[in-house]
Design a protein around this ligand. Structure first.
Ligand SMILES: Cc1cc2nc3c(=O)[nH]c(=O)nc-3n(C[C@H](O)[C@H](O)[C@H](O)COP(=O)(O)OP(=O)(O)OC[C@H]3O[C@@H](n4cnc5c(N)ncnc54)[C@H](O)[C@@H]3O)c2cc1C
Ligand code: FES
Length: 355
C-alpha cells in the first residue's frame, strides 16, 4: 500500500446535478501503473483547507479501460472538501491524489455469478456505476439490477448514463428509481429504500433469488437495513458486499469488540519493505495515530473505520479493533486489521502494510 500522493491537474469538471460534480483526470503515461484499479475502488485526495490537512476518499465511476479516471463529489452542507470541490475548484487546478485502493469490488472470476443486485442511494451510486458498467461490458451472460434511491428526479446522479445503459443492455439491466420526495406510478418506488422495500423487491422482482451477488452503498441506515433484510432472506454473507461513506449516525456497538487492550506494547511495522519500531504507551487511542506521532508515514484517510485505506496485516501478536465498517469477515479471519481502529492486545505486535 503506497503512501505516495501524486500531483494531478484537474482535466474536466462537469455538473452531474445541482450539488454534485464529476472530476476527470488524465493519468500521465509514467503513472498508469500506479493508477491501475478495479471497478468499485476509490481515490484519496489530500488538501490544505482552512489551515488543516484534510484527506477524503471518492470512488471511481469510470472503467479501467476508459481514457480518464473520474470521480463524482456530492456537496455536503458545511462539508470542507466537497464544498471546496463544488464551489471553488477549477479546471487546471492541481490536486494531490493517492492511487486507487479499497476492497468494495466485484468477486474474482471463480466466484462469478450471473446475477448482480445493487442497492444505492445518493452519491453511493459512484462505485456501483463502475461495477455495473464492468459487468455489463465483460460478462455477456450476466444480469444486473439497480435499486437507486434519491429525493427527486433532478437529484439523480448519472441519470443519463444509467438510462443509456438501460437502452444499450435491454433485458440484462433493470433500473429502478426510488424517489422519496416525488410521486411515482407505483407506491413501491416511492419513499426511502428500507427493509420493507428490500423484502418486496426481492420477492417480486429478483429473478434469481439465492444466486445473486449484492452490493450496497449509501447512507449507513439504508445499508444496514438492506443488509439485515437480505441476511434474513437467507443471503450468504459471502455474497453481501457493502461500503459506507461516513461514520455519521452509525451505531458502532453493532461491530464493537469489547476486549481488553494493552496500555503498553512494542509495535513493529513494515511498509514498502522498510521496518519501523516504536513503543506504544497508550497515550494514543490507536496504533495508526501512535505511529504517525512517532514519525511514520502511513496510508490513511477517514480514520473512522469506513474506508480501509489504513488496512494492514497483523503478522504477529494480537490487536483489538474498536469498529470495522470496511473489512469483510474473511479478511478479518485472515488477519487483516484497520490500523486506525486497532489497539494492541499483546505485548508485541507486528503490523505489515506490504501484505
Ligand atoms: C471509501 C469511500 C468512498 C467515498 N466515495 C464518495 C463518492 O464517490 N462521492 C462522494 O460524494 N462522497 C464519497 N465519500 C465521502 C467523502 O469521502 C467525504 O466524506 C464527503 O465528501 C464529505 O467530506 P467533506 O469534507 O465535504 O465533509 P466534512 O467536512 O468531512 O463533514 C461535514 C459534516 O458532514 C457529515 N458528513 C460527512 N460525509 C457525509 C456524507 N457522505 N453524507 C452525510 N453527511 C456526511 C460529517 O459527519 C460532518 O458532520 C466516500 C467516502 C469513503 C470512505
Ligand atoms: S483510515 Fe479509513 S478505515 Fe482507517
Amino acid at each position: 500500500m503506497s503512501t505516495t500522493f501524486f500531483k494531478l491537474p484537474v482535466f474536466g469538471i462537469n455538473a452531474e446535478t445541482a450539488d454534485c460534480v464529476r472530476l476527470d483526470f488524465k493519468i500521465p503515461a509514467d503513472l498508469t501503473k500506479d493508477f491501475e484499479f478495479s471497478p468499485g475502488q476509490y481515490l484519496t485526495f489530500k488538501a490544505q483547507l482552512g489551515g488543516e490537512e484534510v484527506r477524503r476518499s471518492y470512488s471511481l465511476c469510470t472503467l479501467p479501460e476508459d481514457d480518464m479516471l473520474s470521480v463524482a463529489v456530492k456537496k455536503i452542507p458545511g462539508g470542507l472538501f466537497s464544498s471546496y470541490v463544488n464551489d471553488e475548484l477549477k479546471v487546471g487546478d492541481v490536486l494531490e491524489v493517492m492511487p486507487p485502493s479499497g476492497g468494495f469490488t466485484l468477486p474474482h472470476a471463480a466466484e462469478n455469478t450471473n446475477n448482480y443486485v445493487f442497492y444505492a442511494a445518493g452519491s453511493g451510486i459512484t462505485p456501483c456505476l463502475s461495477m455495473i458498467r464492468s459487468v455489463l461490458a465483460h460478462q455477456p451472460e450476466a444480469a444486473v439490477s439497480l435499486y437507486y434511491g434519491n429525493k427527486h428526479t433532478d437529484s439523480i446522479i448519472f441519470r443519463e448514463v444509467l438510462e443509456g445503459l438501460k437502452n444499450q443492455y435491454m433485458g440484462r439491466f433493470s433500473l429502478h428509481h426510488i424517489l422519496s420526495q416525488e410521486a411515482q406510478d407505483s407506491p413501491l418506488f416511492c419513499g426511502r429504500i428500507n427493509e420493507e422495500k428490500c423484502r418486496l423487491f426481492e420477492q417480486k422482482l429478483n429473478r434469481y433469488p439465492g444466486q445473486s451477488q449484492y452490493f450496497l452503498c449509501g447512507p449507513a441506515e439504508m445499508v444496514f437495513e438492506v443488509k439485515d433484510c437480505l441476511t434474513q432472506l437467507g443471503v450468504d454473507s459471502k455474497h453481501l458486499h457493502f461500503e459506507l461513506f461516513t461514520t455519521a449516525g452509525m451505531t458502532p456497538t453493532r461491530v464493537q469488540q469489547e476486549e481488553k487492550v494493552n496500555a503498553e506494547a512494542k509495535i513493529r511495522m513494515k511498509l514498502d519493505g522498510l521496518e519501523f519500531e516504536f513503543d506504544y504507551t497508550g497515550n494514543e487511542t490507536n496504533i495508526l495515530d501512535a505511529a504517525l506521532k512517532n514519525g511514520a508515514d502511513l496510508p490513511f484517510a477517514c480514520k473512522g473505520g469506513v474506508c480501509s485505506t489504513c488496512k494492514a496485516h497483523c503478522d504477529e501478536g494480537e490487536v483489538s479493533m474498536a469498529v470495522n465498517y470496511a473489512l469483510e469477515p474473511d479478511e478479518v479471519e485472515a488477519g487483516y486489521v484497520l490500523t486506525c481502529q486497532s489497539s494492541p492486545k499483546s505485548k508485541f505486535v507486528y503490523i505489515n502494510f506490504d501484505k
